[in-house]
Design a protein around this ligand. Sequence first.
Ligand code: DO4
Ligand code: MG
Length: 295
Amino acid sequence: MRIFRYREDSRIILGVLMEDGAAYRLNAPDLMTLVSEARKAGATTEAYVQSLVLDLPPIQEAAESLPLLTPLDAPEVWAAGVTYQRSREARNYEATAGKLDASTFYDKVYDADRPELFMKSTAARTVGPGERVCLRSDSSWQVPEAELGLVLDRTGAIIGYTTGNDMSCRDIEGENPLYLPQAKIYRNSCAIGPFVRLTGTVTDPYNLAIACRVYRDGVKVVDESANTGQLKRRLEELVEYLKRDNALYDGTVLLTGTCLVPPNHFTLASGDRIEIEIAGIGTLVNTAVYAHELE
Ligand code: DO4
Ligand code: MG
């Protein structure tokens, strides 16, 4: 059961895509309102949504063909880093100019109890499906990072899963880890959506195929795939550290780190089409452009 939003004329409509492929409009303003209405009714969100659509006619169009938006306005997007061996190798490469015998703080954080967590984005910097993600004008080594996103409520409960893109500048981070915020946070540097799959309908979040493809002038130039089974940490462990002495807001998204890094020679170019697919969760498609091209 997947929650989404789409635009109809000037209105934003909340919808649900059921396991049988039928989609319905929901009479609620947003996902977190649904969650709180379900709690008040003493039901799971899944059961509550099921009861809402019981006598409704399905939407005529396929959900994927609607003008989809971010599935929620996440007030904050946080991200975990170096949670997969693949990410550890990539960070070591960019930080040591390929001298992979050097042990780095990336090795340390991979094995440490405390995970790397950082603030990734705010609602204003986060875009949805079909929108443009941005490239920095002062970086020449930029990549998408395909990540499983957790949608959290204010207590840290995992409400559902979404697809995320943690756009990153490998040269800026590689030059000095203190530049991480600049390598990670800038205009349109984060994309999420189009769906939030409700937690109760995901059998095993540690067994999701994840793929990242980049097309340039219609030609596939990146084609990487992996599985969330390679995640070094438990999801609850990441949430527990995020919550610690912190305030969480309903609808916070936590990206869980990337297991897919394009080959080291690759950098994104303006006009590239980025597709990130997580099996059963959804495919997020964005085009990369320089920030000045948004005007
Ligand atoms: O250490 C920097 C960030 C790593 C990251 O974003 C990831 O592993 O996904
Ligand atoms: Mg990342």
